[in-house]
Design a protein around this ligand. Structure first.
Ligand code: MCA
Length: 518
């Protein structure tokens, strides 16, 4: 494949499909086979349906659907039609969806048939023209209508500067922000990763991640499609399925929790992994114990990389010798490797002045995959970029003398549980609204399976009694379940600094063993 000039990301992906379009592109855990032709035809029909509904390029399409190959076709169709794809986590309850739909102002919404009632109300109230349903078993109005459309469609030549997707990420103020990514951002990153991870002609990817986030949708799906590589596709992660597929596959991508769960399987052996060439890990810090245990159990060294919704992938441990760094090829546990080719990464002090190797500071980046800003939040965007165009990631780290980047913390108050970012401010806001609660503080505490889990410390109002279990139960329906702390403790007071601000670092130290004790 040559990197010829493109005007639509789908066209670039389509160019990489193998010439033999009737070969298998995706095999699902339900035993279904989809060919390359199926992907092309299916996405063309959906794109034609969307266009026939009068959806103009640039309009937003919100999708809150379960993972399926048809959901992937919907994404490809949105690209083809020049629409801006806004995937939302299926765990979001109505309260969160109301805000997100209002903020995205979509022209079209696709939801699961079970949720049509409440989602369509929110969508039409926000001005949507059409609401479709899509189920996991190919049922729903989207496919019913698309079935009547032509299977030929030319991708709309929107250009590489056009928005392709908005990815919502929670924020420190408790409100989600939509990171705007262009066709060019996504294609540039996929092309870089294709080279850096040395995608090969015989690669087969095991795809078990959700497709409403950067990891599963952009890193994994684009990786396979841009290389014309087939995928073994699971609707949800199950270690038994992965074990079954390992002998047929070459590449696996996961968050640390998936590696921990796989290590719990006695049948994970070097023999089973004999055909595998690359295990990639990201979205949360990989513990050095997991990194070593994986080496021992499989003979493979996990490649850890680092990215964000706002930037897609930024750094990676080497896949082979990296000539930019003297041919170093060691994948170093505890580091996230080197800046990817084309990515500029620096460590800066609080005044945005670059720091020398070895010094700890804020991680700042520039490059072709860095987003265009937050949707309809120019002030927030301006806050996160320096005057000379560097994006402040909010991560804190250093670069060693060999060039490896190590992350040591975050300047933003966020915890990462099983690969999902959880912003304590959002959870505290929900807890503080509960009757009898005066104040709360949510912190992340280490957990062997999830990496970190939330712990809520709650101060009752004078004279009120607060039951920890009731607090957690009351959060159901208000917050996506992965955001709900795994434990709640009632306390009399919280440690504060001279300004009266709660000292989360003191709390994290004090409650470090809380997850193990619970
Ligand atoms: C599920 N639960 C969780 C999490 N996931 N709790 C805390 N943290 C989580 N991550 C809870 C549910 O709320 C539920 O609680 C119970 O666990 C069982 O839910 P279930 O859905 O059955 O869980 P699961 O299927 O075992 O899911 C675990 C998982 C999943 C497979 C590890 O969390 C996952 O797919 N994580 C990957 C996320 C991801 O793709 N992140 C990439 C973001 P209850 O029973 O109480 O209701 S992209 C990104 O971060 C950047 C850009 C990057 O660099 O990649």
């Amino acid at each position: 494949m040559t990197d010829k000039p493109q005007t639509n990301l789908y066209a670039a992906l389509r160019d990489a499909f193998p010439a033999a379009l009737d070969g298998w592109a995706i095999e699902t855990d339900a035993g279904l086979i989809y060919t390359w032709r199926d992907l092309d035809r299916g996405s063309a029909m959906i794109a034609n349906e969307l266009a026939a509904r009068g959806l103009e390029p640039g309009a937003r399409l919100v999708a809150q659907v379960d993972k399926s190959v048809e959901a992937l076709m919907l994404y490809l169709a949105a690209l083809r039609a020049g629409l801006v794809y806004v995937p939302l986590n299926t765990a979001y309850p109505p309260a969160e969806m109301a805000y997100l739909i209002d903020n995205a102002q979509p022209a079209a919404v696709v939801c699961t048939p079970q949720h049509f009632g409440w989602v369509s109300k929110l969508a039409f109230r926000a001005g949507a023209q059409v609401v479709y349903t899509l189920g996991t078993d190919r049922q729903g109005t989207l496919l019913e209508r698309a079935a009547h459309r032509s299977d030929i469609q030319s991708p709309v030549p929107v250009g590489m500067q056009a928005l392709a997707s908005i990815i919502y990420t929670s924020g420190t103020t408790g409100r989600s922000k939509g990171a705007m990514l262009t066709h060019g951002n996504l294609l540039a990153n996929a092309q870089i990763l294709r080279q850096y991870w040395d995608w090969r002609a015989d690669d087969v990817l095991i795809h078990v991640l959700p497709i409403f986030h950067v990891h599963g949708l952009f890193v994994a799906v684009h990786g396979a499609l841009l290389n014309g590589s087939p995928m073994l596709w699971a609707a949800r992660f199950d270690p038994r399925t992965v074990l079954q597929w390992l002998p047929r596959a070459t590449v696996f991508m996961g968050v640390p929790t998936l590696y921990t769960r796989l290590l719990g399987e006695p049948e994970l052996t070097p023999e089973r992994c004999a055909r595998m060439r690359l295990f990639i890990c990201g979205s949360a810090p990989l513990l050095i114990d997991t990194f070593r245990a994986w080496q021992q159990r499989t003979g493979h060294t996990i490649l850890e990389r680092y990215g964000m919704s706002e930037t897609i992938m930024l750094t990676s441990n080497p896949c082979g010798p990296d000539v930019r760094y003297g041919g170093q090829d060691e994948r170093r546990g505890g580091t996230v490797g080197f800046p990817l080719p084309g990515v500029e990464l620096r460590i800066a002090d609080a005044a945005d002045r670059p720091l020398p190797a070895g010094e700890v500071g804020g991680v700042q980046v520039r490059g072709p995959s860095v987003f265009q800003g937050y949707w309809r939040m120019p002030d927030k965007t301006a806050e996160d970029f320096t005057a000379d165009g560097w994006f402040r990631t909010g991560d804190v780290g250093f670069i060693d003398t060999r060039g490896y980047v190590t992350l040591v913390g975050r300047s933003k108050d966020v915890l990462i549980s099983g690969g999902y970012n959880v912003y304590p401010a959002e959870v505290e806001g929900a807890i503080n609204e509960l009757p009898g609660v005066a104040e709360s503080a949510v912190i992340g505490v280490p957990h062997p399976e999830w990496g970190e889990v939330g712990l809520a410390l709650v101060i009752p109002q004078p004279g009120a009694t607060v039951q920890p279990d009731r607090v957690l139960a009351a959060l159901r329906g208000r917050l996506a379940s992965y955001k709900i702390p795994k434990r709640c403790v009632v306390v009399d007071e919280l440690p504060r600094n001279a300004m009266g601000k709660v000292q989360k670092n003191v709390l994290r130290e004090r409650w470090r063993d809380a997850a193990a004790a619970s």
